[in-house]
Write a protein that binds this ligand. Structure first.
Ligand code: NZQ
Ligand code: ZN
Length: 391
């Protein structure tokens, strides 16, 4: 562990089949005016809405609903929520949904009392909040983003063709608590489940493919990756397998709750490419990542060959005997490709709605990060995207 770091994660987790009852205990700690934030209606179909409303009512809360938060939430939807929250003087935000709803709740938290325009302040200038923020609690219904235990909030500005994530520095932007019931994820369509599984896996990769020192974080990452691969294969056969779905849910939280990045630089270029693809196509987050991943990893592999060979051996059980490091590294990525196909992931950009005319905008909107094995140029970004078009 050669890096210097601090570690603090204040989110309290309740995990398991019977944990919603803890919501009343948590609600008692906050004010009476609650903004209930949710998406397009899945929670009304699967009964979670009714259960949550009944707990809110029993707790005597005044509830202002902010509904219809779309996948890849937009800045315009945020402006709408700010108005509702201000009118109702909300002093607590309860997010019930997936990463989009949870991210939105955090963006709302830092915007309600903000005098600046939130897009300019948080997503263009990347400033930290100077105003009072409103606490967020979560009931999670979709697994993948890790938003339930981190300070990230991704917002899209469709007209600017930009989808930008801000990871807030202050731990108080992390949810105060998150209620994780694996059963809640079982009404997800298979496509969303698979997208979420790949999102988890890629979060780990983004933090694993960097650095050269012996680092405990990498060993934790390898264990998480093995668990995700194992459970995903079971869940693809039987989406109602509680054991597999619960392991996937727990791995998702640990994949992006700041633990496995400690003491390391991190890469995040697959996310930068995927987010720019998402800004132009509005495609499902995990699928955008899947479509660009292998072209990206094959592109950077020569610059981080040792780590890619280690990935092959420790994660994919490739036997290194009698092979060069390069051969081993390539076999690891081939094993990953086979698994991705088993999950039915998007393997090329056309599968997420990208056309050749969009490439310039996607290149333009891709932020370049510097923590990985190679710092990409805009030309490199274009090469990776063209590779992802041709597959
Ligand atoms: O809107 P509803 O009707 O609820 O439907 C949602 C949505 O259509 C549906 N869904 C959720 N739970 C369900 C369900 N359908 C049936 N049963 C359930 N139990 O699933 C669809 C996708 O939901 P969404 O919240 O958009 O998915 P996800 O959790 O993947 O979140 C994606 C967003 O998170 C951001 C992404 O960029 C994207 O905007 N990310 C946030 C991160 C963070 N905070 O750290 C990191 C990630 O890398 C990611 O960038
Ligand atoms: Zn992600």
């Amino acid at each position: 562990m050669l890096g210097n770091f601090s570690y603090c994660n204040p989110t309290k987790l309740y995990f398991g089949e019977d944990v919603l009852r803890n919501l009343s205990v948590e609600l008692a700690k906050y004010g009476n005016n609650v903004a209930l934030v949710y998406g397009g209606g899945s929670i009304k179909k699967n009964g979670i809405y009714d259960d949550v409303i009944s707990i809110l009512k029993s707790a005597g809360k005044n509830v202002a609903e902010i509904s219809g938060v779309m996948p890849n939430p937009t800045i315009h939807k945020l402006y709408e929520g700010i108005e509702i929250a201000r009118e109702n003087k909300v002093d607590f935000i309860l997010a019930v949904g997936g990463g989009s709803v949870v991210d939105y709740a955090k963006a709302l938290s830092v915007s309600i009392h903000c005098e600046d325009d939130p897009w300019e302040k948080y997503y263009a200038r990347f400033e930290e909040p100077a105003c009072e923020t409103v606490s967020v609690g979560v009931v999670l219904t979709m697994v993948g983003t890790g938003s339930e235990m981190n300070a990230g909030a991704v917002i899209t500005y469709p007209e600017k063709k930009l989808k930008i994530g801000h990871v807030f520095a202050d731990e108080k932007i992390m949810p105060r608590f998150s209620i994780l019931n694996p059963r809640y994820t079982m009404s997800l369509p298979k496509y969303q489940m698979a997208a979420g599984i790949y999102d988890i896996f890629n979060h780990i990769c983004e933090q694993y493919f960097s650095g050269g020192d012996d680092n405990t974080s990498d060993y934790i990452s390898e264990g998480l990756m093995k668990s995700v691969i194992y459970s995903s294969r079971i869940a693809m056969k039987d989406m109602n397998d509680y054991e597999a779905r619960s392991n996937i849910m727990w791995s998702a939280t640990w994949a992006l709750n700041t633990l496995v990045s400690r003491g390391k630089s991190t890469d995040w270029m697959v996310h930068m490419l995927g987010q720019s693809v998402g800004a132009c196509s509005n495609a499902t987050h995990g699928m955008t990542l899947a479509a660009v991943s292998l072209p990206y990893y094959r592109f950077i592999m020569p610059y981080g060959i040792k780590k890619f060979a280690r990935f092959a051996v420790n994660v994919w059980d490739i036997n290194p005997e009698g092979r060069t490091e390069e051969q081993v590294a390539k076999e690891g990525l081939s094993a990953m490709e086979t698994w991705m196909k088993e999950l039915g992931l998007a393997m090329k950009l056309s599968e997420v709605g990208v056309t050749a005319e969009m490439i310039d905008d996607i290149v333009e909107g891709t932020l370049i990060m510097e923590g990985g094995y190679k710092v990409l140029t805009k030309d490199d970004v274009r090469k990776v995207l063209m590779q992802a078009m041709q597959r």
